[in-house]
Design a binder for this molecule. Structure first.
Ligand SMILES: C[C@H](OP(=O)(O)OP(=O)(O)OC[C@H]1O[C@@H](n2cnc3c(=O)[nH]c(N)nc32)[C@H](O)[C@@H]1O)C(=O)O
Ligand SMILES: O=c1nc2n(C[C@H](O)[C@H](O)[C@H](O)CO)c3cc(O)ccc3cc-2c(=O)[nH]1
Ligand SMILES: [Mg+2]
Length: 301
């Protein structure tokens, strides 16, 4: 089994390649839940829905959230009746979220995700990192705010001074699934708000130290391909580079894949961890995604 830690939009792109070059039944995706919250009366597990839709082949690949060719009648009507929603949620996507909200009255999130991913014909395992309620606070020069207020209402503009979130328990079977994996892939997602919340849970670091762990840098040169990762890394004093990310993961990382433009970091990184591999990591098409997936699996040296 191959376990992949995922959040946001970076790792789902890699997943599109992984399911083409390896058996989807052999994949176990552990997904960030830090940003989960109620919006417009429904429970939104954004990173989980993005992984589900990506593995079901129905993801909107412009936005990396929601379902391709979805309509927005309810979203527009909410605006017309002066009840605008923060997230632009499509009608089909909202149905999935309404079902998730209703099922969560009876079952824990991990069970609900299992029901929904099986109904979408997905063969891979998808595990929320935790069934506990997460919450994250972004401390900025404009005061403290929730993740989506920062990202959407403020368009990621404020200067970030600190980030903090509550500690949650790993979901059932998460630790065991890492122990049973022949490889753990830390996908190219935001190291601060997508992967570190998973890594920092009880027993995860000690379990990763015993596993074979491959990471892919989400930072190319001195900036992320998308999103607020640079502001978050700066706020917490990390160098915004593949080297800064390698340092974060160095305790348990066995191989780190960095972009061609970062070739000069290879020697420095190999003083921290056993192996750094230099290749194109900017996934612009399915060919890039399959190539990066194969290199992550060690099939191409
Ligand atoms: C809004 C969202 O940001 P965030 O919550 O930070 O989402 P992620 O956890 O996915 O972080 C984005 C993260 O992903 C990296 N990324 C994206 N595409 C690529 C790629 O083709 N190659 C590569 N090496 N990294 C990639 C990106 O640099 C960010 O650091 C969001 O951005 O959607
Ligand atoms: O920046 C946005 N992110 C939107 N997201 C993404 C979400 O904000 C997450 O932050 C990303 O998935 C990155 O983690 C959505 C996710 C959903 O599952 C459903 C709807 C949306 C809508 C938006 C949106 O309007 N703007
Ligand atoms: Mg994210």
């Amino acid at each position: 089994m191959i376990t992949v830690l995922s959040g946001g939009t970076g790792t789902p792109k890699l997943l599109e390649g992984l399911v083409k070059v390896s058996d989807p039944k052999n994949l176990n995706i552990i997904v960030n839940t830090l940003e989960n919250d109620y919006f417009s009366g429904v429970y939104v597990a954004a990173d989980i829905d993005t992984v589900m839709y990506t593995l079901a082949g129905i993801i909107n690949t412009e936005t990396w959230y929601g379902i391709e060719n979805d309509t927005f009648i309810t979203h527009e009507t909410l605006k017309e009746i002066n009840c605008p929603e923060t997230l632009r949620i499509g009608d089909k996507d909202r149905a999935t979220k309404i079902q998730k909200t209703m099922l969560m009255e009876k079952y824990p999130l991990s069970t609900v995700v299992n029901i929904q991913k099986n109904a979408l014909g997905i063969k891979s395992e998808i595990k929320p990192m935790s069934n506990d309620k997460s919450n994250i606070t972004i401390v900025t020069d404009q005061g403290e705010m929730k993740f989506h207020e920062f990202l959407i209402e403020k368009q990621g503009k404020p200067h970030v001074k600190d980030i903090f979130y509550n500690q949650v328990e790993p979901s059932p079977g998460l630790i065991e699934s890492i122990e049973e994996s022949e490889m753990v892939i830390l996908g190219p997602s935001n190291p601060i708000t997508s992967l570190w919340p998973i890594i920092s849970m009880k027993h995860v670091v000690k379990t990763l130290e015993k596993a074979y762990v491959v990471g892919i840098s989400p930072i190319i040169g001195n900036s992320p391909v998308s999103g607020p990762a640079a502001k978050f890394m700066n706020a917490l004093g990390h160098d915004v580079s593949c080297f800064g990310v390698a340092k974060m993961y160095s305790k348990f990382l066995d191989k780190f894949i960095i972009d061609l433009v970062d070739v000069d970091y290879k020697d420095q990184i190999e003083r921290l961890i056993p192996e750094a591999v230099v290749t194109n990591t900017n996934m612009k098409n399915i060919g890039d995604k399959m190539m990066l997936a194969k290199i992550s699996l060690g099939e191409i040296i």
